[in-house]
Ligand binder design. Structure first.
Ligand code: HEC
Length: 98
């Protein structure tokens, strides 16, 4: 009986770790998606990539909100998410700017 209990616990831990991993990779991947689908309709990514490392998070938020006023279709969550990615210049941003 004891061994079955232990196995169950291990399976739960494994499932938990697996789902946590898909969640984080999805979050990181989403910026790539936002950039490539919602930020390229009016200008290319060069305009964004050139500014990497030059803006603090608050400045990126201001810029992205201005883009939303221009017509970029981002939800409030996406504005925050993208501002974080652009400030950190995480892997998804580096990928998009290659
Ligand atoms: C509806 C059209 C449109 C969309 C969609 C759009 N932009 Fe822009 N973007 C503009 C225009 C127009 C300018 C130049 C005028 C300005 O800066 O407001 C610009 C300029 C910029 C600049 C350079 C100016 C600065 O302040 O650094 C950046 C960076 C930028 N956009 C980022 C983005 C990002 C990130 C997205 C996606 C969330 C995006 N844009 C989507 C219209 C758009």
């Amino acid at each position: 009986m004891k061994i079955i209990k232990q196995t169950t616990v291990i399976i739960f831990i494994a499932l938990f770790l697996m789902s946590a991993q898909t969640l984080t990779s999805k979050a990181a991947g989403n910026c790539d998606y936002i950039l490539n689908t919602k930020c390229t309709t009016c200008h290319n990514l060069g305009r964004i990539c050139r500014k990497l490392g030059k803006k603090k998070k608050s400045k990126w938020t201001t810029t992205i909100k201005r883009m939303v006023r221009h017509g970029a279709p981002l939800s409030k969550d996406e504005v925050q998410e993208l501002a974080a990615c652009l400030t950190e210049q995480n892997a998804s941003v580096k990928d998009a700017c290659k």
